[in-house]
Design a protein around this ligand. Structure first.
Ligand code: SF4
Length: 389
């Protein structure tokens, strides 16, 4: 039996989540024990991993379908030679597509919208997803994470306009439970904060995390006084496994609402059936489809992951025609430097956009409609000219 097949027989519910992190596949040498690579591939992937580290939990690796070269899980987890292409055929790229650096208030706090504070709690993730828009910081030395959460909480307390806090990363749920409790405790008595979100991909790539009863108890306790939400990131129906479903159930039983923020990715979920199956799969396990992000123009990502907008909007519209009300609640959006923009649809070669969150310095832009001239190639706002009706 191949080593990859052996992984499929492990009972992940019996695994200690902290010890298991040490078994992650984080070097090409360890990857070759599970996946066949030619000598040339091995050499190229070593170069890729030098630029962007690899980290794959054995659980997530076990989901790969060895018989399918185009398997979505493989594309999401394994480095590829296309990451050596900094920009490529889709156009210009950047390290900071969502304006994180511009809106960094220091001490790991991003204040991108007046009402939300985002705290970068860690740069570590159980998996380094190959399409990550924070590719420039995850798993790499940087000074963007919070040093002292208590000070961050004080800053949030002083800003009465902040109604919600996002604890983000990296993946904050890879922090030990004792520290997560402290983080939550520091926010619980701030009156003007209505709710807290913990952005995490652990239900998808590391569901063993939710077999820690102490974490669930911390969620339960917090929820008694303030609403806790868990935005997560399923991209493909094959990620919705029995154990992922069990993890989601445990989170929901702790009273936490789970919303999904998928990314629209070429070779992963760029067909009507992929979107339909993903959204139906989510509502079946009690996860709310919330956003479908257009892949950002990130260096070493855009070229092989971004779907042109014209193709994308047609796929999303077709999928929505088939989906029921709850499954089609998600918004197709661009998380842009100027704010969040909903991609509403197209009329011939005109793309209809709506600004749904504007930056603090330009509040008048919120709710504005934009009409853009669309062609077959455009993949981002900056590729198009604004036109009038
Ligand atoms: S878990 Fe999230 S932050 Fe971490 S690499 Fe994946 S997409 Fe990026």
């Amino acid at each position: 039996m191949s080593k990859l097949k052996e992984l499929k027989n492990i009972d992940w519910t019996e695994i200690d989540w902290q010890k298991e992190l040490k078994n992650n596949i984080n070097s090409i040498d360890s990857l070759t024990q599970y996946i066949d690579l030619s000598e040339d591939e091995e050499k190229t992937l070593r170069e890729v991993v030098d630029n962007h580290p690899m980290n794959i939990p054995r659980y997530y690796l076990s989901l790969i379908d060895e018989t399918n070269e185009k398997d979505a899980i493989r594309k999401l987890a394994l480095p590829s030679e296309e990451e050596l292409v900094v920009a490529g055929s889709m156009g210009e790229t950047t390290q900071d597509p969502y304006g994180d650096d511009k809106h960094n208030k220091g001490n790991g706090i991003l204040h991108k919208y007046p009402y939300s504070a985002l705290v970068v709690a860690t740069d570590y993730c159980s998996m380094y997803c190959r399409h990550c828009f924070r590719k420039a910081i995850v798993g790499l030395p940087n000074d963007k994470t919070v040093e002292n959460f208590q000070r961050a909480a004080e800053c949030i307390r002083e800003h009465k306009e902040i109604t919600n806090v996002v604890i983000s990363g990296g993946d904050p749920l890879l922090i030990n439970t004792r520290r997560i409790k402290k983080i939550l405790e520091s926010l619980i008595d701030i009156d003007h904060v209505n709710y807290v979100r913990i952005g995490t991909r652990t239900p998808v790539v590391y569901p063993m995390r939710f077999f820690d009863e102490e974490l669930l108890e911390a969620f339960r306790e917090f929820n008694k006084r303030k609403a806790l939400y868990l935005p997560t990131h399923f991209n493909h129906v094959s990620e919705i496994t029995d154990i992922a479903k069990e993890a989601v159930l445990k989170i929901r039983e702790a009273g936490v609402t789970v919303n999904n923020q998928a990314v629209f990715l070429e070779g992963v979920n760029d067909s009507v059936e992929d979107i339909e199956d993903l959204m139906n799969g989510l509502v079946r396990i009690g996860v709310n489809p919330y956003y479908l992000y257009q892949c950002m123009p990130v260096s070493r990502v855009r070229h092989h992951f971004q779907v042109p907008l014209k193709k994308g909007v047609d796929i999303v519209d077709k999928a929505k025609e088939r989906l029921d009300g709850y499954a089609k609640r998600f918004k197709f959006i661009m998380g842009h430097d100027i704010g969040k923009i909903e991609i509403c649809g197209r009329v011939d070669d005109k793309l209809i956009l709506k600004h749904i969150h504007s930056r603090p310095e330009k509040p008048h832009e919120a709710s504005q409609i934009k009409i853009m001239q669309l062609d077959d190639k455009a993949g981002w706002l900056d590729d198009m000219q604004e036109i009038s009706l």
